[in-house]
Design a protein. Sequence first.
Length: 249
Amino acid sequence: MGYIVKGSTQTPKKLALLHKYKIDPFLIEVQKKIKGNNLQHFFKSGILIINIPPGRKRRDVARSHPRQIAAIIEKALLHGTKRILFVSSTSVYGNVNRVVTESDEPRPETASGAALVTVEDLLLRQPDLETTIVRFGGLVGEDRQAGRFLAGKKDVKNGDAPVNMIHQEDCIGVLTQIIEQESWGDIFNACADEHPTRKAFYTAQAAKQGFEAPHFSETEALINFKEVSNYKVKKVLSYEFKHADPMNF
């Protein structure tokens, strides 16, 4: 199935990159208000994919990020958008030391996670929008080199905790299947089938990519983790992960 794809960026230099990949480029700034040219044409779309991560370093992220998304919702409704696909994160789940599923109540432990929960609730309350939320695990692939994340760090904690990772190709694969199967009004976790330990995964990735291996604490007991289940996305969408084991990323 073919689609006309529009893409937005806040960086003028990236407009040419979007055009290169046959994406209709728009320069749009998202703050309390939406600024940009030809906004009516951009938001007049059958499906709007929102992938704007909350800034982890912003002190006011719990307020600023929901304001950004609220501004997008306002424009989307004004120009007739009916369906939204929102990219969220498994960070909405706290470290509850067990397997978590979509039926678990979010218990974020960070300001950015709390911002995402607020945004999810805001979107799901919109009566004139059909919204599906995808909670991705840690993204790896293309320029996202996992070996760089902890390279050279000392006494890293939680070495025995399971990781919840997803490859970029599977991110695109899951989003595509939601659109093609018209699976709206739902929430999905999306991460690889396997959950190796942090120590095994980051040590292997550093070695593969030529970075200094991290050193994990040998004395700390496992105290903080969650293992995110991807059972629902595989059952509902019949999705088979192309990169099922992060150790092979």
